[in-house]
Design a protein around this ligand. Sequence first.
Ligand SMILES: [Zn+2]
Length: 100
Amino acid sequence: MYFICEKCGAIDDSKRENNFINVLYNFENYSEEYYNKHFCCTECSPRKYKDGVWTLSGSWHNYFKKKYYYELDYDIFKDLVENGQIYNGKKYLKKIKYNK
Ligand SMILES: [Zn+2]
């Protein structure tokens, strides 16, 4: 499942080392409340959990190039969102204008 980072707008894969699952299941593993409530990409997710354990987050994973949702072609982005490929894509679809 792909999602959009609510901090920087990057499109990331929930299977990478980011806070997606923690936020989805409301685990509240982070000291800063922001990261317990907002989906963040691997680079924006905290380096540590609140118990002091290091995460593998904090830098981009390089499994694919970092790309922001507003860089995608509108029609491609719209198709991905409408087909349920981007978990939180609907609110971002409203933010970008048709710029073909
Ligand atoms: Zn980010």
